[in-house]
Design a protein around this ligand. Structure first.
Ligand SMILES: O=C(O)CCC(=O)C(=O)O
Length: 267
C-alpha cells in the first residue's frame, strides 16, 4: 500500500515524513550510483566539477567542527544537477508516492507538479558539515517567484539526531511571502544553536517534505555513519522560476516521467 502523507502535520509544522516511500531495492541502487559518481568525479572535466559539485575542502572548517580541509581529501558535499550523473533520479520522480504526496501538499492534481532541481547532499561520517538555519524561499538557486513549491528529502541512510539529522522550527512557515522576502532583503540571518528545534529521525527510504518557508538546518555529522539524502525541489506546474535550469527542471512528477532513464528496477 502507498504511504499516506499526514497533511495536517505538514500544514501545522511545515514538514512531515512519508515513511517507506522508496523501496529498499531502489535505495540500494541509488547508494551504489552515488558511490559510482564519487569514484568517477576525479576524472571529470574541470568545468563539470566546478559547475555541479561542491567539495568539503572548499568550505569552512567551522562547518565541520574545525576538521581541516586537508583532512577531508576530495570528499563531495553536494552533487548538483543529479539526473545528469544519476539518470535513476528520473525513476524517483516517477514514483506515484512522491507525486501524490507532493500534489496533496501543494494542493494540485497529480499532473500538476513538476521538478525544479535535484541534488545529493552527502554528510560523510565524522566531518559531514552542518547546514545553517534558513528558509528555502526565497533562495539563490532556482527559487520560485512565489512559495508554491516544496522540497522532498529522500533519505538513503535514514537520519539520526546524533548523525546530522535535519532539524526544524515547527510553525515558522506560517508567514507571508512578502515578510520572508523583506527578511531576505534586510539580510536577516536565522541564528540558533545547531541543536535547537526538532530533529527528524527516520529510516532509509523515508521522505521528508519541507515547506519552503519553514526554518530548518542541521548540525554536522560526527557519527560513524554516512547521512546521504537526495533533495528534490518540486512546484506547481507552470510557476515562474528564478535561476538556471538543470536536467530535471520541468519534468512532470508521476508515471509520465518514467521511461527514458535506461534504468530497470530489480525484482
Ligand atoms: O540536508 C539537510 O539537513 C537540509 C537540507 C536543506 O536545508 C535543504 O535542502 O533545504
Amino acid at each position: 500500500m502507498q504511504p499516506a502523507l499526514n497533511l495536517k502535520s505538514f500544514r501545522t509544522n511545515g514538514y512531515a515524513v512519508l515513511h517507506g516511500a522508496v523501496s529498499s531495492s531502489m535505495i540500494s541502487q541509488l547508494r551504489a550510483e552515488l558511490a559510482r559518481v564519487e569514484a568517477a568525479c576525479s576524472s571529470m572535466s574541470e568545468e563539470e566539477r566546478e559547475r555541479d559539485f561542491v567539495f568539503e575542502k572548499d568550505l569552512s572548517d567551522a562547518g565541520r567542527g574545525g576538521i581541516s580541509a586537508h583532512d577531508v581529501g576530495s570528499a563531495i558535499f553536494i552533487i548538483g544537477n543529479l539526473c545528469r550523473y544519476v539518470p535513476l533520479g528520473y525513476e524517483l520522480l516517477a514514483l506515484p508516492a512522491l507525486a501524490d504526496a507532493s500534489a496533496l501538499a501543494l494542493g494540485t492534481g497529480p499532473s500538476g507538479v513538476t521538478a525544479h532541481f535535484m541534488n545529493a547532499t552527502i554528510k560523510h561520517p565524522i566531518f559531514g558539515r552542518a547546514i545553517g538555519w534558513h528558509r528555502d524561499f526565497p533562495n539563490d538557486y532556482l527559487s520560485g517567484e512565489s512559495s508554491s513549491f516544496l522540497r522532498l528529502m529522500i533519505c538513503l541512510d535514514g537520519m539520526q539526531a546524533n548523525g546530522g539529522a535535519t532539524r526544524f522550527m515547527p510553525g515558522t512557515h506560517l508567514v507571508s511571502d512578502e515578510e520572508v522576502r523583506a527578511e531576505k532583503k534586510q539580510g536577516l540571518r536565522h541564528r540558533h544553536d545547531p541543536y535547537a528545534g526538532q530533529p527528524v529521525e527516520c529510516g532509509p527510504g523515508d521522505v521528508v517534505l519541507i515547506h519552503p518557508k519553514v526554518v530548518h538546518g542541521s548540525p554536522a555529522n560526527h557519527s560513524t555513519e554516512p547521512r546521504r539524502n537526495i533533495v528534490v525541489q518540486v512546484g506547481v506546474a507552470g510557476m515562474a522560476l528564478v535561476g538556471e535550469r538543470e536536467e530535471a527542471t520541468g519534468r512532470m512528477l508521476g508515471p509520465a516521467c518514467a521511461g527514458d532513464s535506461g534504468w530497470l528496477p530489480t525484482a
